[in-house]
Design a protein around this ligand. Sequence first.
Ligand code: PRP
Ligand code: URA
Length: 476
Amino acid sequence: MGSNPKPAEDLMGRSNGVHFSGLVSRDELDKNGHREELPTTSALENGHKELREPFVIGVGGGASSGKTTVCNMIIEQLRDQRVVLVNQESFYYGLSDEELTRVNEYNFDHPGAFDTEYLLTCMENLKHGKSVDMPNYDFKTYKNVLPPRKVNPSDVIILEGILVFHDPRVRDLMSMKIFVDTDADVRLARRIKRDTAEKDRDIKTVLDQYSKFVKPAFEDFILPTKKYADIIIPRGGDNHVAIDLIVQHIRTKLGQHDLCKIYPNLYVIQSTFQIRGMHTIIRDAKTTTHDFIFYADRLIRLVVEHGLGILPFKEKQVITPTGAVYTGVDFSKRLCGISVIRSGESMENALRACCKGIKIGKILIHRSEGDNGQQLIYHNLPKDISNRHVLLLDPILGTGNTAVQAINLLLKKGVQESNIIFLNLISAPQGVHVVCKKFPRIKIVTSEIELGLNDEYRVIPGMGEFGDRYFGTDDC
Ligand SMILES: O=P(O)(O)OC[C@H]1O[C@H](OP(=O)(O)OP(=O)(O)O)[C@H](O)[C@@H]1O
Ligand SMILES: O=c1cc[nH]c(=O)[nH]1
């Protein structure tokens, strides 16, 4: 089996010399302005090589074998990871006018029906941390339509399609290859049901297409790729045991690079769709100040509660109104908050709302351009700070230089390193490394770990200048 597309006549299921002349190639899309430039800002382009490579999963198998269900189940179970799904079908070549007149004779199950070169480019870019413009193939018009779908790099990339294991170059990008193996009669029954209900086709047309293209293509091109699979899932999405095992394996693989494994004092709050939703809003450049404050406050409250949750505790027993004994814990008493002016001040209200009457001090550090221009300008700290647990408040951990200055001051004032809990909304891996290496006993609590920093030491993807967005000074 070769990776070269067959000539056009095979795609049309005949040998009458029809050519691909009318097909829209990816290059033409470029020339016609159908595709935007790839963004230049990406973590890897900026040389942050310690970023982990995404885990690329290929999910192949015959048409209607249950690949989509398998992918959805994996995505659902990996909900705390960034996962992006790439469909091979998005890379169908658009049909020429000539081909459109005899669409029933076009072989959509042939490897040559896909623009594998562009698929490869997109996958390579995603794998190397770059965003891509995914083509938008329209199944009604059989054409590529605008706009393309912008896809950002993720921790996990799933490439799904009937022929994703056909080209060795695409296979080589995959960390795991899954073949969904479903009996031919089940696949045919599903196809008849789907095409008659959703595509308004009659049974005869469906069966004709099946015997002319789908079945031979399965035998000639799809089934032979089964041997490349690391895992073969019989019964597709019905096989919950297989999917649980796959997800566990992916988690283990991702965990090998997990900052939390390297630094046990780093706490990333457990993600939920609510938390992802709040992040989606505050990261969106179009979000209004009002909404930014609302959702940043919600997230900050979660981070603050999580931070309070790792304070030491003493056991305490109380008598409930029923006269029974309840064995619980007593809150830590000697606490204070220290906010890094000005973004850290956005976290004070949440801390006050959780800890009645808590003392809050402030530190002002001037962050000049670049990555090491920090200068301590002002501080106002509780006099007895050395006897307290300190919740250090700053929503952004970027290079870590501001945090290092702030923590050095706290240590100089006699605070024990192990009594400092640094609360962030988002943390760049670079900042985590800097802070955790220098102060191995402090604890960091954050709601998301970022991809990295750009050339200007801004967090990527980040949320821009937090202080300006929160305090409404971004138009000044
Ligand atoms: O880890 P670093 O690279 O040092 O960056 C993080 C610092 O940058 C932000 O403050 P900024 O200087 O934007 O000031 P602001 O809070 O007054 O807006 C943030 O609140 C941190 O204090
Ligand atoms: O991306 C960044 C970096 C530092 N401070 C911010 O507010 N945003």
